[in-house]
Design a protein around this ligand. Structure first.
Ligand SMILES: O=C(O)c1ccccc1NCC(=O)[C@H](O)[C@H](O)COP(=O)(O)O
Length: 291
């Protein structure tokens, strides 16, 4: 794992709380091994594409180190609003101390909807995988270091689909070496917490086409959606922009970003990532494993 001193103080605190939970501290995971029958994430994306929705994973994110205040409504009502707005899947924060999440929230949300649900937490130890059932779990390459392959296998053994999050080329290489098939490129730099959509644009071309590729963080408008899609995103993970106001309307606006832009815009042949809201897959390196 990275030098902890390079991480933002909030992220160091998040990781230390995660380790405490993994090691039997407050909120420790219970002693059982979960076995999940997951809802298929890739199929959910395909269904969205088939009826003209941009595949969006809408995130139930009551608060965070980079947002002011806490959204106090029932997370189940928020989740149902997101699905009504066209979200292909949901992400539910289960980190309690910095994001206002809980495993109970995830359980209730997953019972109330029929789309796949991603558990968004900071998993650093296999024991954390057994805290709650979800359809997908997140592993952050930066935080799990050399344990990525083992944790990926442990998650798959339990039935989970796994989203491996990366932020740069080196992490992408590790994710591919570990045989990740669903990869998220996080536009948020966990060292500074700054967001730059250019991160996705610079890393995405090195992702093989067979990988399901998700753009994460900092997506705030239909134009951002189109920008990430033009750069090769199969799907988008959006939290803050959806949680800020009417979650159903916010989700719908992003999901319709391509339809409201006049539908799938033909590739302009410029290879410049502009006005290519066509699913973006032509902008990715489809033939070679990155070197
Ligand atoms: O969102 C934060 O403030 C944050 C701070 C420290 C570590 C992680 C953080 N976010 C986790 C996420 O991955 C985002 O919730 C997710 O990608 C959605 O991002 P956004 O749409 O920008 O809310």
């Amino acid at each position: 794992m990275d030098d902890p001193d390079e991480l933002a103080p909030a992220v160091r605190s998040i990781l230390s709380a995660a380790r405490e939970r993994a090691n039997g501290g407050p909120g420790a995971e219970v002693g059982r091994t979960v076995s999940v029958a997951p809802r298929d994430l890739a199929a959910a994306f395909e269904r969205a594409e088939a009826d003209g929705r941009v595949p969006v994973i809408a995130e139930v994110k009551p608060t965070s180190p980079t947002t002011e205040g806490t959204r106090e409504e029932d997370p189940v009502a928020l989740a149902q609003g997101m699905v009504a707005g066209g979200a292909a899947a949901l992400s539910v924060l289960t980190e309690p101390e910095h994001f206002g999440g809980s495993v109970d929230t995830l359980d209730r949300v997953r019972d109330a909807v029929d789309v796949p649900v991603l558990r968004k937490d900071f998993v650093v130890d296999e024991a954390q995988l057994d805290a709650v059932e979800s359809d997908v779990v997140l592993l952050i390459a930066r935080f799990v270091g050399d344990d990525l392959g083992d944790l990926l296998a442990a998650a798959r053994d339990r039935g989970f689909q796994v989203l491996v999050e990366v932020h740069d080329r080196e992490e992408l290489e590790r994710a591919l070496d570990a045989d990740a098939t669903t990869i998220g490129i996080n536009n948020r730099d966990l060292a500074e917490l700054a967001v730059d959509l250019g991160t996705f644009e610079s890393v995405a071309p090195h992702v093989p086409d067979e990988v399901t590729l998700i753009a994460e963080s900092g997506i705030g408008s239909p134009a951002d959606v189109r920008r990430m899609r033009a750069a090769g995103a199969d799907a988008l993970l959006v939290g803050s922009a959806i949680m800020d106001g009417d979650v159903e309307a916010n989700t719908r606006e992003l999901v319709r970003a391509e339809a409201d832009d006049g539908g799938a815009v033909a590739d302009d042949g410029e290879g410049d990532g502009e006005d290519d809201a066509n699913g973006g897959s032509d902008t990715r390196d489809t033939t070679e494993t990155p070197t």
